[in-house]
Design a protein around this ligand. Sequence first.
Ligand code: DX5
Ligand code: ZN
Length: 221
Amino acid sequence: MRPFLIAPSILSADFARLGDDVKAVLDAGSDVVHFDVMDNHYVPNLTIGPMVCTALRNYGITADIDVHLMVKPVDRIIPDFAKAGASIITFHPEASEHIDRTLQLIKESGCKAGLVFNPGTPLHYLDHVMDKLDVILLMSVNPGFGGQSFIPHTLEKLRQVRAIIDASGFDIRLQVDGGVKVDNIAEIAAAGADMFVAGSAIFNQPDYKVVIDQMRAELAS
Ligand code: DX5
Ligand code: ZN
């Protein structure tokens, strides 16, 4: 398995000083910026769009930006995020009329592509698109808000997806998002995840480095 990646969700960052906060969390040792896009339609919350991604790039953020699209319809916003500097774009299959076409659109835009599964979304959406995936994201909460509790059934689903990825032979990251904390990250890794989104667990602590170091220590145990 490839090195573990820690991806702070900026949903829990301080939006009044976002550039500094994102720099701080990267300086503290995290790997990827997780950028949650919510439309108050597909999910019951409203967040940020491509302009904010551009602003982070212009501010000097060079780390990968992992754009998690919780919007419907999804296709028309993809080129805008690619132009804004997204590195990875993931979307929910329920938000696309044509999943294969949306994946191709992301790849043609020059970004890595991924599918996101809500806790209740079946895995059969993977059946015919594995060759087009760079990331599979399993939601361990229902999408829309930070600070929710990890849904334990996700562990079983992670084991299933890990087996599917390994059997496929494709090079696909297995990402988990929602309720990831220092005290459950080792168990989540043992179930097969290799990329960990964490919002409130990191940004609600005064010292980001302390919590990221604790997560890395748990992952090494
Ligand atoms: C939820 C978002 C998550 C969220 C995670 O819809 O996709 O990225 O910010 O937040 P925590 O880590 O606080 O559960
Ligand atoms: Zn997310």
